[in-house]
Design a protein around this ligand. Structure first.
Ligand SMILES: [Zn+2]
Length: 164
């Protein structure tokens, strides 16, 4: 499964180059094989007295007090199986989780979309990658089964560009 992480890191490098951030970022890709939280730490072997122990996993809701909160189990769940790609430059960092069930083109578009958001934030709104002849950035999309950058306008711009 390391091949998946290697491929994802390669994608990230390619996308970052298209976003003008090549050579400035550190990329880490990690493959998580199993769903579910990490194993609980072993309990101490010597317990002097009986006590109640509550183990709270990170990201687990302690009190579901907010009924309006969106129920999206995919959000903020680093332990979901798939590949996690972390990119950092200077003090800024972002993480993208690519679920294991995604087709490669879909995973690449997801990665490109998230890194694009991050790059635009970093550059305070630069159009990255620039759409030829337009002032807006291109948009990542799966077209004919392949991941491509394309013009977000319905009438389109030039030909879509392959992302990787
Ligand atoms: Zn355009």
């Amino acid at each position: 499964m390391d091949d998946v992480a290697t491929a994802a890191a390669g994608w990230a490098r390619t996308v970052l180059a298209q976003l003008g951030l090549d050579g400035r970022c550190r990329i880490e890709a990690t493959t998580v094989l199993q769903d579910g939280p990490a194993p609980a730490p072993p309990l101490a072997s010597e317990v002097p007295y009986h006590s109640t122990l509550t183990i709270v996993f990170a990201d687990a809701p302690e009190n579901p007090e907010n009924p309006d909160a969106p129920e999206d189990p995919a959000l903020g769940e680093p332990q979901m199986s798939g590949t996690r790609v972390a990119v950092s430059t200077g003090g800024d960092r972002t993480e993208v989780h690519l679920p294991s069930g995604l087709a490669p083109a879909e995973a690449l578009v997801l990665l490109a979309d998230r890194l694009q958001d991050w790059a635009i934030e970093l550059t305070h709104g630069a159009a990255l990658p620039p759409c030829p002849g337009h002032r807006h950035p291109m948009r990542a999309a799966v077209i004919d089964g392949a991941a491509r950058w394309c013009c977000p306008r319905p009438e389109g711009g030039g030909a879509p560009l392959p992302i990787a």
